[in-house]
Ligand binder design. Sequence first.
Ligand code: CMP
Length: 461
Amino acid sequence: LALALAVMETRRVPADAKAMIGIVATSFVLYTLFAHGLTLRPLIGLLGLNRLSPRELAVRNRAMALALADSREHVRAVAEEHDLSHGVRDEAEAQFGGRLGTLEQSLETDCALDEDARMEMGLVTLAGREERLYLGLLDENLVSRQVVQRLRAIAGRLGDGARSAGRDGYLRAAVAALDHAQGFRFAIWASRHLRWHRPLRSLLSQRFEMLMASRVVLRDLVNFAENRLGALLGAAYAGRIVAVLNDRRFAVEQALEALRQQFPDYARGLERGYVGRAALRQELAAYRALHEEGVISQDVLNDLEREVGHRWRVFEMVPTLDLGLDAARLVARVPMFAGLGAASLQNIARHLRPGLAMPDEVLVRRGERGEEMYFVASGEVEVRNPDTLPQPIRLGAGDFFGELALLTRQPRSADVVALTYCQLLVLDRRAVTQLFREDPSLRDHIRAVAQNRMAAERAAE
Ligand code: CMP
């Protein structure tokens, strides 16, 4: 056709020839469409291209079994609701039951869906459902749009993981989702070095919200897997999928607990808001149902909705997350500084850099040069050196680390890793010198502890 059009646009081609080319081209196109339309379908059928693959067939049968089981339940409910005679009910039930029985028999012996395929199918189904559930939370205004977008992206990655590497891929994506992602790296840096805490604060409160939403959704998914996936995949596989989900739930619970430990007030505020909004949603639904049933008029409903709207606003106010990174407040939490006078404390607080560490963050790396030491104001860290320490050593609020490299000018003697969220006070060499000048007894104490630690290291070597 394109060729014919091009010819017809050319002036040098005589009009008769143009007309003929137009007719021939159009007829040819119409003929091929007609011929293909009629012959392609039988040809596809003849070659068997329209047949489902064994795997698709197995999935189809399982989906059918699931729907039949549901329909049988439904028949029973409808029969009871409409007071149908037992005969009619039994007949309908037997019809569904018979089909279901034959199908179930074929499912027992069906080996088209191997183990990996079943796991993949179950996990992909779950990831799709997870995405939809997050949208539901957004519709109900229980979770912010930004958080839902991030959660949906994570659910998408879970599905991709399951498709590409089955259970392992799904689990890998689940672990990565709980990581403190790249955004955190910049936020932590800005908070520690520029004392600009806003990005960190907003990422942490977003993490809180994401974990809370995940917890709600995971509970639903476990329910779904227990009650619905069994029919689709077989009970044993559904059980395995429930185990995967329970692992995820455990990890989410742990991550949430870690945040709650560090920011209990914020957690309480956030949970109060969530529960309050969920309760108001219920209340609103109840009013709307009463209106639909004709119990209350439109005016009454409007009035009630307005009232719920007022209360909603109270629960919508998200509390501000206080990172608690005020140097003076943190200094007061380290008993070792108790001996200093108010003036010295103020002086030292100016040289201290407060910082928040994330769980699993490596704060000090063995073998590196060190120009800073750290006081733990809250949380727990672990000193790790498999060569000299048979067991890692835990340090908590009031303890310090990183002093050895500073005092001996040797490379760092061990890794120090945060186990929980920690509030730290970081001192550079200048601040340490000043601190030692201000409080000689503190200096002696730190030196004594350092001597003991070095002795322990030497003994192990
Ligand atoms: P530094 O060598 O600068 O970096 C690693 C830190 O781990 C080290 O300082 C100490 O603060 C700490 N550390 C090393 N060995 C021990 C130990 N045996 N007990 C407690 N803390 C230690």
